[in-house]
Design a protein around this ligand. Structure first.
Ligand SMILES: C[S@@+](CC[C@H](N)C(=O)[O-])C[C@H]1O[C@@H](n2cnc3c(N)ncnc32)[C@H](O)[C@@H]1O
Length: 280
């Protein structure tokens, strides 16, 4: 089946409208595991009081909120996302603030009347089917002296929290993700990320690799939480497996997490994250 970027984006909007509140509760609002990257990203960008910042694919506002605190009342911050529910969650969480706006927009099609000092994009570049178009948009909306900050997850095998399940699930349900979908780890190496950003015309590109740790509890905790937090369309796909296949799937995941299981039965995953900064 031919990949349809419009359908893919529509599906992502539906998914994020459904999962945003759960994502916020479990991940974004708790600075655990990979979300320790938020402070690191802001540190790498050297955000100053009075700066104007656009947080692209802001989700439930984890980067937006920290940046707003950093730029102060003289600064200006905008968070933008395709998911209305994510934006609503961010607004509620951050509360009313002067010089803070949210816009419902697509990374591949946006334009502001004024350029920004900084544009950030955490854990989202890989969701944009035409990432080049999004990066070129970012470039246009940055001042000549502007800076870009991007955070992405590392390559699949460097993020076993996702991969232990994804690797098993795709064996049992080959069309778990829509056929032809872009790989979510396609910018998961320093080389691939740098190459994409350089192609869009950015300079002085620096990529830092950081490995965080994440403890999801025991295997049973990990599995239960996966089923609890997974998006509806994926849950429906899992529901198509019969009882025996479902057990086999669970056993395969259990095998996959063995290398990360400690003597006390708790899992400790390494979680590689790449943080890129660049100049316009
Ligand atoms: C993993 S979340 C990251 C959110 C936030 N940056 C954070 O660090 O928590 C990915 C976000 O990308 C958004 N997104 C996906 N595709 C998008 C697009 N084409 N344009 C704008 N936002 C998009 C989703 O709605 C979701 O909120």
């Amino acid at each position: 089946m031919k990949f349809d970027p419009t359908e893919y984006k529509k599906r992502n909007i539906t998914i994020w409208n459904e999962v945003a509140p759960r994502y916020h509760k479990r991940w974004a609002s708790i600075n655990q595991g990979p979300f320790q990257s938020t402070s690191k990203l802001i540190q790498c960008l050297d955000v100053n009081k009075g700066d104007s910042v656009f947080d692209l694919a802001c989700g439930t506002g984890v980067v937006t909120k920290k940046i707003k605190q950093k730029v102060g009342s003289m600064g200006y911050v905008v968070g933008g996302d395709t998911s209305i529910t994510a934006i609503k969650t961010a607004k509620k969480w951050i509360g009313a603030q002067t010089n803070l706006d949210f816009v419902n927009m697509d990374a591949e099609n946006f334009s502001f009347s004024k350029q920004f000092d900084i544009i950030t994009c955490q854990y989202a570049l890989f969701f944009f089917p035409n990432a080049q178009k999004a990066l070129k948009n970012i470039k246009k909306n940055l001042k000549k002296t502007g800076k870009l900050g991007i955070t992405v997850h590392g390559a699949a095998e460097k993020v076993p929290f996702f991969n232990s399940i994804f690797d098993a699930v795709t064996k049992f349900i080959p069309d778990y993700a829509p056929p032809g979908s872009p790989d979510l780890d396609r910018f998961g190496t320093k080389t691939s990320l740098k190459k994409e950003v350089r192609k869009a015309g950015f300079s002085k590109i620096i990529v830092k690799k950081i490995v965080f740790k994440f403890n999801p509890g025991t295997f049973e905790d990990y599995w239960r939480n996966y089923l609890r937090y997974v998006a509806k369309p994926l849950k429906e796909k899992l529901g198509t497996l019969d009882r025996i296949k479902r057990k086999e799937l669970k056993d395969t995941v259990r095998e996959n997490v063995k290398p990360y299981t400690l003597k006390n039965k708790n899992i400790e995953f390494p979680w590689e994250v790449l943080i890129l900064t660049a100049k316009n």
